[in-house]
Design a protein around this ligand. Structure first.
Ligand code: OFO
Length: 175
């Protein structure tokens, strides 16, 4: 495998792994703050990011490269508010999207069409994840500090988590 591509893919393994840990920390915080729907959503997101990481590891190894299991930084244990959680999530997803764009640029520069094709799955995934984070943040900004609104928001997140789990199960079957 082309060394530059291998390094870029391994860099992405690290990003997906740290996303998974970050969302796990958010899930745990939500669970400890009575936000069980949000906790389910975040546990689900964390699993999804782990799946993204595994997909990269398998691709690298199948193409004759060596996947490196990364050490990831410890995520924060507490957050100021639910809104802050989703602001951080969106910020994080934007960074991940930028790194996927860098990967695509490297694929084009190295004329690696199969990795380019593989990376397109991540391009669409990032589009969806950024849109969903923006949508959730808009809702939270509307709700503000209204306790009843936050209760209903948390209940909605439970349904969103169930839907996301069904989508991930389909993606895994398709793999
Ligand atoms: Fe891996 O999908 Fe976002 O970060």
């Amino acid at each position: 495998m082309n060394k530059r591509i291998e390094a870029a893919l391994n860099d992405q393994v690290e990003k997906e792994s740290s996303s998974s840990q970050f969302y796990l920390a958010m899930a745990s915080w939500a669970e400890n703050n009575g936000l069980n729907g949000t906790a389910k959503f975040m546990y689900q997101q964390s699993d999804e990011e782990r799946f993204h990481m595994l997909k990269l590891i398998k691709f690298i190894n199948e193409r004759g490269g060596v996947a490196v299991v990364p050490q990831v930084p410890q995520p924060p244990a507490t957050f100021d508010s639910l809104q802050q959680v989703f602001e951080l999530l969106l910020e994080h997803e934007i960074k991940v999207s930028n790194s996927i764009n860098d990967l695509v640029d490297i694929c084009l520069a190295e004329r690696d069409h199969s990795t380019h094709n593989f990376a397109q799955w991540y391009v669409s995934e990032q589009l969806e994840e950024e849109a969903s984070a923006r949508h959730i943040l808009d809702k939270l900004r509307l709700i503000g500090n209204d306790k009843g609104g936050l209760y209903l928001f948390d209940r909605d997140m439970e349904q969103t988590a169930a839907q996301a789990a069904a989508n991930t199960a389909t993606q895994k079957k398709e793999k």
